[in-house]
Design a protein around this ligand. Structure first.
Ligand SMILES: *Cc1c(COP(=O)(O)O)cnc(C)c1O
Length: 837
């Protein structure tokens, strides 16, 4: 955007009150409505022959035809859902998230609509399998990792629990980068996931809204003597809505994920054009569209970039304008009941700028008094915290806000001033407390603490696992907890059992349903009935057969992607997740090196042959994480090329870990590694997907691992490592060299690493890794937990060598996973935060 001031000074227009509403369905032609009554089979035939008009019916065209036909089947229910929610005055929840890691849609949509069988039958006529067509779909990788996938699981559960919930997000042209591995290094490639179009989305231009940036503020007094603020000379961007249907499981509800795309406004072009800068004006279009061009690939860390703030405000403003417009259409300009019918859930602080934006819309645009507006904001905002890592806490420089969002900064100052009065009242004379708790952080570069802003405005603040919430209320947010204890609550994360068991593991699904019926798909607690079958000989044999077949499928994936041969007879030991030091993939690699040294020294007595799989993406700017990937690949190269290791050990690094890869990985895993430094992983959700699919967990007392252990019992869980208080205590006097000296295994590993054995052609590249492990300020304390991990892995080997024992443990894990259904989590949000039915 240029800095040239525009000729007409635009002011935020007051929307016409009580404008005649048009039925939302008006845009649908009668013809389309009639079509959606076709059966899936008829729709597919028509799509192929007439709508797509492809001469050559290849698999891509067939996927498109199928996806479009499935979407058609949803249209009536989608429309009816909207209509009924309005009629019934059902409370609406807006789930605001910068990330929705949806993965593929086809297979999951068919499952939820219970059309999978019909679909398989119709494809027989075309001599193509459903699986082949499913492979054609690009993952919608609009997220980094756990936080984005949680949003996706929540949408599935909300629809399945018949809740009126809309997901609001950004339609990034480029999602999460594609990861290639070249010479062992991560190479990022752009993910143009929309290149071939997206058959699931519907562009809905009637919901367009305008979002303002830059400009300046100005006050004026109206004819009644009331002071108003104007935000003028702004540069405006249009937000265009793209809707994606979210079908519930077998209940006919279809919710909406509304993704915003940034486009240039007409006025924007015109202003430039009038000055004769035609080409400038056209080029400026790109500036506007940049906002939704690319997802920031940082997981658990903020990067402070201006474009990221623009994305956050763009999403927040567009979504809130959309909500208020709908409200006014239905209820006119009286907002007093707004919080009774609306909740806004902030998925981390990424959309926390929605707090001052909702104030701005209510005060400046809809002309409410400050107190009335604040009453509304503070009774509908709810905030979910996802991390304690200091590098992830968002703080936007005041300077940046003053330039980009001047009116928003004014409002933040006003919120802060009023709130600090409350703090001063609670702690009279305590200036340090005021400074500590202020939304504005003072210093050389004053900044807005987005988490504080979110807490101050929200009626609910939740953590995502019991330990995480406890650490929040006693640590990071202690003062706030003291001030407003009732705001704080825990909602342990979950994952949807539709995608993460019923869809991704059809063999286990069939086995479970053959004994329990299929009620567990929506009431996962029913899986506890499997405990009674955990020693049933037939059932155990079938359970093992299923795992064996799933391991074959995973081995095939590893073969294709890594060119490493995994033998399904061996133990499959898996760690897939974003690469981060706190998740300690490095600790896993050290253990693999140790096993390799045992093999080289002939110490294979009691050793369990195993295949170790590591996968995950590193943030492109995170040098240490990228070096860990390189180490994993180099170690893999040495081990897999060594014939002495072949009967005992394989290591593979799986490139481009994403949702669709996980759908093959978790069903085929024996052992799930959840080995983060205690106190660092807020919850984890990968851990739950593995547990549901009958993997056993090797884990620390961190995040939701603790609750998983509680559910399944110590006998069915491989626990190791320091707990969170012990980690904190040790930090003061941590001497890693003592742990290394005391462990023959670890000193051996460190010597081999330092010898350059894994980097013969690349001297010293792993020096930073060695230094990190040996540093007394290593926050992740690898050396301290190594021995404990090694011993736990010996227990794993012993247990695996008793197939009956392992199978029983595996069944107990699936049986105990009911609490980690996101249906449970969402029922908690519904009853304790949203208060909706
Ligand atoms: C579940 C999932 C995650 C989260 O994994 P954690 O182990 O909880 O960090 C990340 N990425 C993908 C693709 C997932 O499916």
């Amino acid at each position: 955007m240029t800095d040239t001031p525009k000729t007409p000074t635009r002011r935020a227009k007051k929307p016409a009150a009580g404008r005649q509403k048009k039925p939302a369905v008006a845009a649908e032609t009668a013809q389309t409505a009639a079509m959606s009554h076709d059966s899936l089979t008829a729709a597919f035939a028509r799509q192929l022959r007439y709508d797509l008009c492809w001469d050559d019916q290849n698999e891509e065209a067939m996927f498109d035809a199928l996806a479009l036909s499935v979407k058609e089947q949803l249209l009536d229910n989608w429309r009816n859902t909207r209509k009924q929610d309005l009629q019934q005055g059902k409370k609406h929840v807006a789930y605001l998230s910068l990330e929705f890691l949806m993965g593929r849609t086809l297979g999951n949509a068919l499952l939820n609509m219970q059309l999978t069988q019909e679909c398989r039958q119709l494809l027989q006529e075309y001599a193509v399998s459903l699986e082949t067509l499913e492979q054609q779909e690009h993952d919608a990788g609009l997220g980094n990792g756990g936080l984005g996938r949680l949003a996706a699981c929540f949408l599935d559960s909300c629809a399945t629990l018949d809740l009126n919930v809309t997901g609001y997000g950004i339609r990034y042209e480029y999602g999460m980068f594609l990861q290639k591995i070249v010479d062992g290094y991560q190479v990022e490639q752009p993910d143009r996931w929309l290149r071939d179009g997206n058959p699931w989305e519907v562009r809905v231009p009637q919901h367009n809204v305008t979002v303002q940036f830059f400009g300046h503020t100005q006050s004026y007094v109206d004819s009644k003597g009331r002071r108003h603020m104007l935000w003028c000379d702004t540069q405006d961007v249009m937000a265009v809505a793209y809707d994606v249907p979210i079908p519930g499981y077998g209940n006919g509800r279809v919710n909406t994920l509304r993704l915003w795309k940034a486009e240039a406004t007409n006025e924007f072009d015109l202003a430039e054009f009038n000055q004769g800068d035609y080409t400038e004006a056209v080029a400026a279009k790109n500036q506007a569209e940049q906002i939704t061009m690319v997802l920031y690939p940082n997981d658990s860390s903020e990067n402070g970039k201006e474009l990221r703030l623009r994305q956050q405000y763009f999403l927040s403003s567009a979504s809130l304008q959309d909500l208020l417009r709908q409200w006014v259409q239905q209820h006119g300009m009286d907002f007093s009941e707004f919080p009774r019918y609306n909740a806004i859930q902030l998925n981390d602080t990424h959309p926390a700028i929605a707090v001052p934006e909702l104030m701005r819309l209510l005060v400046d645009v809809y002309e409410l008094e400050w107190d009335a507006a604040w009453h509304i904001v503070s009774n509908c905002m709810a905030y979910t915290n996802h991390t304690l890592l200091p590098e992830a806490l968002e703080r936007w420089p005041v300077r940046m806000l003053a330039h980009m969002l001047p009116r928003i900064l004014d409002i933040i100052y006003e919120i802060n001033a009023r709130y600090l009065d409350e703090v001063a009242h609670r702690w009279p004379g305590d200036v340090a407390k005021l400074r500590q708790m202020s939304i504005i952080e003072e210093g050389d570069e004053p900044a807005v603490r987005m988490a504080y802003l979110a807490i101050v405005a929200s009626y609910s603040v939740n953590g995502v696992a019991a330990l995480h919430t406890q650490l929040l209320t006693t640590g990071l947010f202690r003062d706030f907890h003291e001030l407003w204890p009732a705001k704080f609550n825990n909602r342990t994360n979950g994952v949807t059992p539709r995608r993460w068991l019923a869809y991704c593991n059809p063999r286990l699904t069939a086995l479970i349903s053959s004994r329990l019926g299929d009620g567990w798909i929506t009431e996962l607690g029913r899986l506890s009935a499997l405990n009674a079958l955990s020693t049933d000989a037939d059932f155990c044999r079938e359970w093992r057969q299923v795992k064996q077949l799933n391991k074959q499928a995973l081995a095939q994936l590893v073969q294709e992607r890594c060119h490493v041969e995994f033998s399904p007879e061996m133990l499959f030991d898996v760690q897939v997740k974003r690469i981060h030091e706190y998740k300690r993939q490095l600790l896993n690699i050290l253990h693999v090196i140790h096993l390799y040294q045992r093999i080289l020294s002939g110490d294979t007595h009691g050793m369990q042959p195993r295949c170790v799989l590591i996968g995950g993406k590193a943030a492109p700017g995170y040098a240490m994480a990228k070096l860990i990937i390189k180490l994993a690949n180099n170690v893999a190269h040495m081990i897999n090329g060594d014939s002495r290791a072949k009967p005992w050990l394989r290591l593979a690094f799986l490139p481009d870990y994403n949702v669709s890869a996980m759908e093959t990985i978790c069903p085929g895993t024996d052992l799930s590694e959840q080995i983060s430094t205690a106190g660092k992983e807020a919850s984890g959700t990968g851990n739950m997907k593995f547990m549901m699919n009958g993997a056993l967990t090797l884990g620390t007392l961190d995040g939701a691992n603790i609750e998983m252990l509680e559910e399944v019992g110590e006998d069915n869980f491989f626990l190791f490592g320091l707990n969170a208080p012990a980690v904190d205590e040790l930090r003061m006097h941590y001497r890693p060299w003592e742990y290394i000296a005391a462990s023959e295994a670890l000193s051996g590993v460190m010597s081999l690493l330092k010898s350059g054995y894994f980097n013969l052609q690349e001297p010293d590249i792993f020096a930073p890794i060695v230094a990190a492990i040996e540093s007394p300020s290593d926050p992740w304390m690898l050396a301290a937990d190594f021995e404990s991990l090694r011993l736990a892995q010996l227990e794993v080997a012993k247990a695996y060598q008793d197939p009956q024992r392992w199978t029983t443990m595996s069944i107990h894990n699936t049986a105990a996973s009911g609490r980690f259904s996101s249906d449970e989590t969402i029922a908690g949000y519904r009853d304790h935060i949203w208060h909706c039915r």
